[in-house]
Structure formats: C-alpha cells, structure tokens
Design a protein around this ligand. Sequence first.
Ligand SMILES: [Fe+2]
Ligand SMILES: [Fe+2]
Length: 131
Amino acid sequence: MADAADHLAYSRTNNAMIDEDHAHCAELLMRCRMAEESALLGLLDELAAHFEAHFAREEALMQETGFPPMPIHKTEHRRVLAWTANIADAARDGDIARLRTFLTVDAPRWFADHAATMDMATANWAAARQR
Ligand SMILES: [Fe+2]
Ligand SMILES: [Fe+2]
C-alpha cells in the first residue's frame, strides 16, 4: 500500500466515468507535487485541458439524467475554470509561487472536496436514474 505522500486521497463515487476522470485528475495532481519548477506551467495547461473535458462529461451526465442542482454544479465548474485561467495568467506574469500553491495545495484540496460533495451527489442521482 502506498503511503500518504504517494497518493492523493479522494472519495470514489462508484460511477465508472466519473471515477476514471478522478483517477486521471489525481494522477495529474500527483505529478504536480513531484514536478520541477520549470514543468509547472505545462502541467497547469494540462490540468486546465483535463478540467474542461472532465467537467463537460459530468455536465452531459447531469443533463441526461435531469439532475435538479445541475446549475449549481455547473457554476462551480465554471468558477474553477476561471480560477485556473487566472492562475495561468499570473504565472505567465512570473507568479510561480502562486502557481505551485495552486497545483500542490489549493487544486488538490478543491478536488477532494468537490469529489466528495457535488460529484458524489451527481453519481448517486445518476445511479438511481440509470438503474
Ligand atoms: Fe469530477
Ligand atoms: Fe464536478
């Protein structure tokens, strides 16, 4: 078993599509933790592209299953995409400390919290609808 430094803890939702995206997200965030400073901006771009696709898949699932709080979940996704873009702008202006904090502290914390709450609720709703 990996120790705490080697993995990122997050809740499984038992929705195969969501959990696959989350495994990819966790793997990417772990790479950020190990990365040299020169690799961080490229990793942020990779994370932004991942978020776009990951969020779009969850939004399609919410749409298909008629998830009532979809606007709230979708608004949170938009907020995180804007936050990520903001960090990228700051990093391109030289704020690498903020970039590192985002990739190694804030984004992993947000991801674990979001997976356990909005994504879990979405997965539970979809499981009940798709049965
Ligand atoms: Fe998610
Ligand atoms: Fe989500």
